[in-house]
Design a protein around this ligand. Structure first.
Ligand code: FAD
Length: 422
């Protein structure tokens, strides 16, 4: 049997593999997609090894939103209630602030679901929660500080991975390897899958502002959006501080920096006057991290022995904050379609193709809607240098329940929400 290691780094070729473990499914990446798939497979009795490069789940901000569709999925496996015991905030609809008004364009309370809200919970806590639940199953194995560097291939099928741990190189051999390793997916690069990219018209600077005693305590102030002067501000309450996204036209980061911190502070306060005192804490550019916004999808999500899910298969634009939702729904569909055969020790390429077929079109539809919103709304907000108002007819439109419910449904459930089959 021909065994190839794809793109093994030189050091690995020279260094010894310390051990080789066998499992049924090896998942690379402990983000929302990989963690949920590991949990669902272990729950169905499939031996699964999850490899995560970081030492813990606490890292840079990547969104804290748990949408109604994900809460329904968790409810189906008995985990919605325990999740609600963790410290969280319920968002019934973001508040949108413009020069002439502040209003709530979306009201999730009108949705027919047990969970008519977006739950805001630090992603670290959410992942720790899922890992804790998964570890109740003997089939689940989690390896942190496991940086996957190469794939093992035999006869053109992926048969596992090699990773660098704290003590050297290890090997995990598996019937199925899942790339859930996010937007910069190493595995996707190794197999040469080239994503089709579209370039949304904006970039985002993320930073924190402190909580001050005068800050609102009620839910309505917990997620806010505002715009004006060619900028958009997205604000999330993270209990002890505000997580803020400052949105500006793509490619103009250097101009924002050149204008200086004082100009940035003024621009923030112009959109959100309540932050007049908070912005004094912004004194150094190191406090900001730049997110180059992108949106992409792979034409192919699989090859023999390998499946891509979540951001590795499709990076979602931040519009609507659906990335976590879509990664988790990929995981649910993959578990539904693959668990039985994996448990029986079988894997057909046609089953991997089914996962892509079922998940690709909902992804493409949402990406098309995001692209429309970016081109028609966000781009024109970012082009306008004056303070903008929300036209009266738009506010009236959003008072019509049926029209108001469409964006709420799309954000809450996406297209064709997945459900756990067993
Ligand atoms: C700044 C920012 C804000 C966001 N806000 C939101 C939001 O509010 N709501 C929302 O729904 N989405 C949001 N998103 C998008 C969301 O974070 C992603 O869509 C979602 O996390 C994708 O989940 P995933 O499991 O596919 O990948 P990821 O969450 O990216 O997880 C991938 C994991 O793989 C690990 N990994 C990578 N390479 C390797 C390797 N070689 N070996 C081992 N492990 C590896 C990484 O450490 C990581 O833990 C945001 C993204 C960013 C960047």
């Amino acid at each position: 049997m021909a065994t190839d290691v794809i793109s093994a780094p030189k050091s690995e070729v020279l260094e010894e593999i310390r051990d080789s473990q066998q499992t049924t499914c090896c998942i690379v990446g402990g983000g929302p997609g990989g963690m949920m798939l590991a949990l669902l497979l272990a729950r169905r009795g499939v031996p699964v090894t999850l490899l995560e490069a970081h030492k813990d789940f606490d890292r840079e901000f990547r969104g804290d939103t748990i949408h109604p569709s994900v809460l329904e999925i968790l409810d189906e496996i008995g985990l919605a209630e325990p999740l609600h015991h963790l410290r969280h905030v319920k968002i019934y609809g973001p508040t949108l602030r413009a020069a002439n008004t502040s209003f709530r364009p979306i009201d999730f309370r009108r949705l027919k679901t047990r969970f008519p809200y977006i739950m805001l919970i630090p992603q670290t806590k959410f992942l720790e929660f899922l890992a804790g639940e998964a570890s109740k199953y003997p089939e689940f194995r989690l390896k942190m500080v496991a940086n996957v560097e190469s794939l093992i291939e035999e006869n053109s099928s992926v048969r596992g991975v090699r990773y660098l741990g704290t003590d050297g190189w290890h090997e995990v051999r598996a019937l199925l390897t899942v790339a859930a390793d996010g937007r910069f997916s190493k595995i996707r690069n190794l197999v040469g899958f080239e994503p089709i990219k579209t370039s949304p018209p904006m970039d985002i600077l993320w930073f924190r502002l402190p909580h001050l005693p005068e800050d609102p305590q009620e839910d309505s102030g917990r997620v806010m959006g505002g715009f004006g002067g060619g900028r958009i501000l997205a604000v999330f309450d993270r209990f002890d501080y505000w997580q803020v996204g400052y949105v500006f036209p793509k490619g103009t980061h250097q101009q924002v920096r050149t204008a200086g911190l004082e100009a940035l502070r003024n621009s923030i306060v112009a959109i959100e006057p309540r932050f007049a005192h908070h912005v004094a804490s912004l004194t150094d550019w190191h406090q900001f991290s730049l997110l180059s916004v992108e949106s992409s999808r792979c034409p192919r999500w699989y090859k023999p022995g390998l499946l891509l899910i979540g951001d590795a298969a499709h990076v979602m634009s931040p519009v609507g904050g659906v990335g976590i939702n879509y990664a988790i729904q990929d995981a649910v569909v993959a578990a539904n379609l693959l668990a039985s055969s994996l448990k029986a020790g079988r894997l057909e390429v046609s089953d991997l193709a089914k996962v892509q077929r079922e998940r690709e079109w909902p992804t493409r539809i949402i990406q098309a809607i995001q692209s429309f919103v970016q081109k028609r709304l966000i781009a024109s907000v970012l082009r306008s240098q004056t303070s903008m108002t929300i036209p009266r007819f738009v506010r009236v439109l959003f008072r019509i329940p049926v029209l108001r419910d469409i964006p709420a449904r799309l954000i809450a459930f996406g297209i064709r929400p997945a459900h756990v089959s067993e």
